[in-house]
Unconditional design. Structure first.
Length: 178
């Protein structure tokens, strides 16, 4: 595709994509960071997703569904990044936990952050993606199915299994290092 595809895009399409990208950039990065668990990998995944969206901008059939279309591209890009990465990373969810922790309870906040990060880090890419889309993005099962390209029953199963696995991990005593 390369430069030829860029030359074929009209000025109006380029402006429309630039506006879309500016509107979606922060949210796309946050979602990618939750899924891949690393800021550098999240930046790469976000960049790759926007690049893929730009390359396929002319194939967008329903401009009203551009957000769902792009989110599917981003989720697939994140899934591929996780699959390329042989090791699982601990996810830093400190901002989310900080919102629910008691003010001033620093030790409880740190323990909760570590436990949730440990549990989240043990999930497979597909399970992690379903949890992030369900509980962070607050999407319905049908919306998650649309974005991941799997049946709704599979989404329900992945959420159930992920929650069960996370619960088992959270029930384990934390490793103490001295």
């Amino acid at each position: 595709m390369g430069e030829y595809a860029v030359e074929r895009v009209t000025r109006d399409e380029g402006e429309a994509f630039a506006e879309f990208a500016a509107r979606q950039l922060d949210a796309a990065y946050r979602l990618a960071a939750l899924i891949v668990g690393d800021s550098s990998d999240a930046q790469d995944a976000t960049h790759d997703a926007f690049l893929a969206a730009w390359r396929n901008w002319s194939t967008l059939r329903d401009p009203e569904r551009v957000d769902a279309w792009f989110q599917r591209i981003l989720v697939n890009t994140c899934r591929n990044a996780l699959r390329r990465s042989k090791r699982r990373r601990i996810l830093d969810v400190s901002d989310e936990l900080r919102a629910v922790a008691a003010p001033g309870d620093i030790s409880a906040e740190a323990a909760d952050r570590d436990a949730v990060g440990r549990a989240f880090g043990r999930l497979s890419a597909d399970h992690r993606i379903c949890l992030v889309l369900r509980y962070y993005e607050r999407l319905t099962v049908d919306e998650i199915a649309e974005r991941t390209g799997v049946p709704a029953a599979t989404v329900k199963s992945r959420i159930h299994v992920a929650l069960r696995q996370a619960g088992v991990t959270l029930a384990e005593p934390a490793e103490v290092t001295t």
